[in-house]
Design a protein around this ligand. Structure first.
Ligand code: UFG
Length: 385
């Protein structure tokens, strides 16, 4: 079916429930306007690359997706978000971005959005953030992870191929490496995931590579390490009902929202017995996505790289750093299922190919998450999930 391009955004429905029911009955995808005055206009600037890309961000209302949308806009790119709001907020989408309510598993709707948008200007790049990413949840609900992370990507790729979008940036994870024996993870290391989350992301990486070969796509696969923190505006951050990640749980303890932090396992094969991870600020990560999108468009070649800080901290060290800034209680608890002992990124490839270098340290990560969470508690505008 031929759809009309909508120059004028559709009227915003008042509530999230209304949004969902509208999506369920409409045969035409509606480009909705942003739900609140979440404007970045004063921060827009031309990209250093000199490119002005039109980017489809699938999952752009979620935590990492919304930070990437902010950075794309700050770099002068044109953004359209596609998100089912299952864990994101429309309020996290700035008013400069277009927004469609839709599910990654809905191939028909994705194709319609691509066709509709292409009528005015085709997408240069599509970015994928619409994945489930909680390691322990993936252990108990593997089929849910395969459905969303593998089938969801298949649907998206199929729509991109049909819609003629030639560049894709994909959110992958350090979990594809599995248990590392030595120090840093290099991109060419063996990939032997030890949990369903990592398995689904590895399957997705391979699906992209085969599809790219068959259909002439360029792709960037970005393997994230431990992402945390919030944008300096404090408009967006990680805001979920069920938090599982270390940094926000520490901050909840520091803000009196939980009695104490539990440290899962003190008998790992690490110097202090707690797991070692590589923490990277979400804004640094988001900036790497902008650079990766620009890189594949300019160079027309695939990219696979780690995104971390290149430095490992044990859980105990993160807790000590946080204790030097805030006060909270903690206790040791048994190991959590699916946790590898140590994951640290070698980030030379991202440095060399993208010129990317993380700018924010662990202290900034902790402080920005704390500030964001305190802002949420104080009843100011909710932000992204
Ligand atoms: N941890 C605790 N107590 C908590 C929460 C976490 O001790 O209350 C520990 C975990 O056991 C783990 C470390 O803190 O050792 C980090 O755990 P997170 O849940 O914060 O993050 P994960 O390492 O499990 O996973 C994250 C991402 C994955 C990614 C992985 C790569 O969610 O997508 O980092 O390093 F694959």
């Amino acid at each position: 079916m031929q759809l009309e391009a909508q120059d004028t955004p559709a009227q915003i429905p008042k509530t999230r429930a209304h949004l969902k029911s509208e999506a369920g009955t409409s045969t035409h995808p509606s480009r909705l306007t942003s739900a609140k005055t979440n404007s970045l206009s004063h921060m827009n600037r031309a990209s250093d690359s000199g490119l002005n890309l039109k980017v489809l961000v699938v999952g752009g209302a979620g935590y990492i997706g919304s930070h990437t949308v902010y950075e794309l806009i700050r770099n002068g790119h044109q953004v359209v978000v596609y998100d089912n709001l299952s864990s994101g907020h429309q309020s996290a989408v700035p008013e400069q971005a277009g927004f469609y309510l839709g599910d990654i598993l809905d191939e028909h709707q994705l194709e319609q959005v691509l066709a509709q948008e292409s009528a005015s200007r085709p997408f240069d790049v599509a970015m994928h953030f619409a994945a489930k990413l909680i390691v322990p949840e993936s252990v108990t609900q593997p089929l849910r992870y395969y459905h969303n992370n593998v089938e969801g990507l298949r649907v998206m790729l199929s729509a991109l191929v049909a819609g003629g979008v030639r560049n894709i940036v994909f959110s992958s994870t350090a979990a594809v490496y599995g248990s590392t024996t030595g120090g840093e993870c290099h991109e060419d290391d063996r990939t032997i995931p030890i949990n369903p989350y990592g398995e689904t992301k590895l399957a997705a990486e391979r699906m992209i590579a085969w599809t790219a070969q068959a259909h002439g796509l360029n792709y960037a696969i970005l393997r994230y390490f431990n992402v945390a923190g919030a944008d300096t505006s404090l408009q967006i951050g990680l805001n979920k009902d069920q938090l599982t990640h270390l940094v926000p749980l520490i901050m909840q303890a520091a803000l009196g929202q939980r009695e104490k932090l539990e440290i899962f396992g003190r008998d790992y094969n690490t110097p202090d017995g707690t797991c070692i991870r590589d923490y990277v600020h979400v804004t640094d990560l988001a900036q790497a996505h902008v650079m990766a999108g620009e890189y594949i468009v300019k160079n027309e070649r695939p990219l696979l790289c780690n995104l971390g800080s290149g430095r490992g901290f044990s859980v105990r060290e993160v807790v000590e750093e946080a204790l030097s800034m805030f006060s909270f209680r903690y206790a040791y608890a048994p190991r959590r299922c699916g946790d590898p002992a140590k994951l640290i990124a070698n980030i030379e490839r991202a440095r060399h190919l993208l010129g990317w270098q993380p700018q924010r340290n662990l202290q900034t990560i902790l402080q920005s998450d704390y500030d964001y969470r305190r802002r949420l508690i104080s009843g100011q505008e909710p932000a992204s999930q």
